[in-house]
Design a binder for this molecule. Structure first.
Ligand SMILES: [Zn+2]
Length: 272
C-alpha cells in the first residue's frame, strides 16, 4: 500500500468508511516505520500479524531506544505496550472522588509529585493480571525500574506467563552515546512519541504518528542525562544480576546500532 494512499485514507475516510481503530492504528504504525525509521513499505507490511503471549522486559539506559523497540515489538507480536505512566494516568482518571487516598494521589500526579511507590506497584500488578486475563502478551520498557520492583513483578509474570515466556532483553549503550543521542532530542506533545536525535529525522517538524507539535524537554540536557544515566547504573542495572541468578538467559543487544539492526538482533534472539 502506498504512503499516498495512506494519507488519502487518513484525510478522507477515517470514521466514515473505516471505523476499525485497530486497523487505523496499524496503518499509522506502518507509515511511522516507513517515514521515521526509513523502512521499505514491504518491511513495514511484514510487521504485525503474529500473536505471542510473551512478557518481554526491555532493560537499557536513557537513549537506548527502548521505547521505540517496545512499539515495534508490540506491533510485531500483538503485545500490549506497557507504560507505567499511562497506567498511573488511567487509575487517576478513573478515581472515585470519595476515595481519599486516590484524591491525594491525584493531587500528587497533577502537581508533578511522585505517586506512592507501594500503590504504583499494586496498580502495575493489577494491570498485568488484567492483561493476562484478556489473553494479551506484554512488552515493558520502563518497568521494573528498581530491584524492589523486579522482586515484586517477576514472580507474578512467571506465575501467569510461565518462565520460558518471560524474555529479558538488555540494550547496551555507553554514557557518552546516551548523552549524544538524548541531548536535544524531541518528543511529541500529544503522546510523548520520541523523535530520536538522528540526522535522518532532523527535517521532521510534526509527529508522524499524530501530527502534534514536537517539543524539547528540559530533562534532555547533558547534565540531567548524566544524572539519569547514573541512576540507571545504580538502581536499574542491578536487576540484571537478580534475573541471572533467577536463571534467566539475558538477551544482550548492542544498542549503538540503527533502530532496524537493534530490532533484527532482538528478533533473532527471542525465539532461540
Ligand atoms: Zn506523537
Amino acid at each position: 500500500m502506498s504512503i499516498n494512499f495512506i494519507h488519502y485514507i487518513k484525510k478522507s475516510a477515517y470514521g466514515a468508511f473505516f471505523n476499525s481503530k485497530i486497523w487505523y492504528d496499524n496503518l499509522i504504525m506502518k507509515e511511522y516505520v516507513v517515514q521515521l525509521l526509513g523502512w521499505t513499505e514491504t518491511q513495514a507490511e511484514e510487521l504485525g500479524g503474529e500473536h505471542k503471549k510473551w512478557a518481554i522486559l526491555l532493560v537499557g539506559p536513557i537513549g537506548s531506544g527502548k521505547g521505540t523497540q517496545a512499539e515495534l515489538l508490540a506491533e510485531k507480536f500483538g503485545l500490549f505496550n506497557f507504560e507505567t505512566s499511562k497506567i498511573i494516568e488511567e487509575k487517576i482518571k478513573n478515581a472515585d472522588a470519595s476515595d481519599e487516598i486516590m484524591m491525594r494521589e491525584k493531587n500528587n500526579w497533577e502537581t508533578g509529585k511522585l505517586n506512592t511507590p507501594e500503590l504504583v506497584k499494586q496498580w502495575v500488578l493489577e494491570k498485568i493480571e488484567e492483561l493476562h486475563k484478556q489473553g494479551s502478551g506484554i512488552v515493558f520498557s520502563g518497568s521494573p525500574r528498581t530491584l524492589e520492583e523486579a522482586e515484586a513483578e517477576l514472580p507474578v509474570l512467571e506465575d501467569l506467563f510461565g518462565k520460558e515466556d518471560v524474555k529479558i532483553v538488555h540494550i547496551q549503550l555507553t554514557e557518552n552515546e546516551s548523552i549524544k543521542r538524548n541531548s536535544h532530542r524531541r518528543i511529541c506533545k500529544a503522546n510523548r512519541h520520541p523523535i530520536p536525535n538522528f540526522p535522518q529525522f532532523q527535517n521532521i517538524t510534526t509527529c508522524p504518528r499524530d501530527g502534534s507539535e514536537l517539543v524539547t524537554r528540559s530533562l534532555d540536557n547533558p547534565d540531567v542525562i548524566k544524572v539519569r544515566y547514573q541512576e540507571y547504573v545504580n538502581r536499574t542495572e542491578p536487576i540484571l544480576a537478580f534475573l541471572k541468578e533467577r536463571g534467566y538467559n539475558i538477551i544482550e543487544i548492542n544498542g549503538e546500532q540503527s533502530i532496524q539492526k537493534v530490532f533484527e538482533d532482538t528478533l533473532n534472539n527471542l525465539d532461540g
